[in-house]
Design a protein around this ligand. Structure first.
Ligand SMILES: [Zn+2]
Length: 232
């Protein structure tokens, strides 16, 4: 019996009506996975990294996906194993890419808000994006920051701080939902100590977008819509 079928049996305590299959692909990054289904089949596509992980944890991942597909919140020991695995993998990911400018920002925030206790993750510049200013990837233990923030230290530090809180607090699960910006998260974020920081960030982005807009307009003489921005 393949582990996808085993996962289904344990989760719903009945035989699946569809054919369940599983494969591993090099197309995904880190510990990503998805599920594709038709009326008679369900296929779980897991990143290559999952191949080395124990069946029990993989079963938890598949059950987590099955819950999502069936809009159920069933709990199993395997789901608990999977969740604690996902929370802890970042602690074992290799740190090999640290940009020096981002390292300074990280150190400033670490000293000021985490007593210097947070372990340094990989620190990388992302694209010049207004849309995604920063993100923390648990699987590869990487904070990525948009180069838009390169020239403003106050705002760079704020987004860095935001992503560091993600690393520190990880996430909370209830049923099949995962929560990142919890009440505890928002409380910690306030410790940045600049009450109008969100407005400052918005104003800065509006200004940068205007500059970009006119640059593009001059070059192409075409209109471009301004995209909105948000945190990861
Ligand atoms: Zn966030």
């Amino acid at each position: 019996m393949n582990i996808a079928k085993k996962a289904f049996l344990q989760l719903f305590e009945k035989e699946p009506k569809k054919d369940l299959s599983i494969s591993y692909s090099g197309k995904f990054r880190d510990y990503n996975a998805n599920v594709k289904y038709t009326s008679h089949s369900m296929h779980f596509n897991l990143s290559k990294k999952w191949e080395e992980i124990s069946d029990e944890i993989q079963i938890g991942l598949i059950q987590h996906l099955l819950n999502r597909v069936h809009k159920k919140k069933n709990k199993t020991l395997n789901i608990e194993l999977y969740e604690s695995f996902m929370k802890n993998i970042s602690d074992y990911a290799e740190v090999s890419h640290v940009n020096p400018v981002l390292e300074e920002s990280f150190e400033r925030m670490n000293e000021k808000h985490f007593l210097g206790m947070l372990d340094m993750p990989n620190l990388k510049w992302g694209r010049n994006s207004f849309h995604k200013l920063g993100c923390y990837d648990y699987g590869s233990n990487t904070i990525t920051i948009s180069t838009v923030l390169e020239e403003d230290q106050l705002l760079l530090d704020f987004v860095m701080f935001h992503e560091m809180i993600h690393k520190k607090l990880k996430f909370k699960s209830s049923g099949s939902r995962t929560h990142y910006h919890t009440k505890e998260f928002r409380e910690k974020e306030k410790e940045y100590g600049v009450p109008d920081i969100e407005e400052k960030l918005e104003k800065f982005l509006r200004k940068k977008k205007r500059e970009e807009f006119f640059k593009v307009k001059k070059k192409k003489k075409t209109k471009r819509s301004l995209i909105d921005w948000f945190f990861d």
